[in-house]
Design a protein. Sequence first.
Length: 233
Amino acid sequence: MRRNIAEKAERAGHRFFQRTFEDLVLPIMIWLLVLVGLTTLKVIGKWNLSGYLAIVFFLIIPSVLEKSNEILGLNINPKREIKFFLLTSAIFSIAFVLLLLSVKNPIDIEFFGIKIAKVFPQIPEVKDFKWLIIFFLGVAVPEELFFRGFVQGRLNRFFGRKFELFGVKFGYGLILQSALFMLVHLPQSFAPIRFLVFFPALLFGILREKYNSIFPSVILHAVGNFFVMFVAG
């Protein structure tokens, strides 16, 4: 009797430690390796190699370690994604036109008295539209697969989704992945605006929770980056 209880307790303890490692420790370890790698590339002046690092750690490693489409958020609905892309593009296009018509000189954007960006919208050249593809395939897809897919998915499995707001269930994983996403952007430049990256990460994470998919957040991430490229410096 006592032996059976001890064996059950041992198995339960083993499962707990295995789950803790796989769903909490491992994602943070991979993130830490990325942070150290990006910081090193910045220090040695090899930032141009950061894209290769992102492909390995944000695309390849999560795809190898996690086979569950549910965890990675790979639930795709083509009709939904097309509608979301058109809506997002329309909103950002209207915002760009309004800024283009109203802003004639560069405007400094401040946050608590700290200059964080300069707004000066410019009409993009045709060749610049290649950046939409780069932002989609080279930035949005890898970052969303890792942070909103692998990290948030595994943290959700570990912590659960105990909260609900406006019909969207979420857990501590939403907040933690947003903080990790913000911190990993600091090596590129330790500028005040980098700390605000937490908030779009939060929005991307909410989209993942709402649709159980990373594709809406991929679209918003890519189109949003494209918009920022032409309005902020």
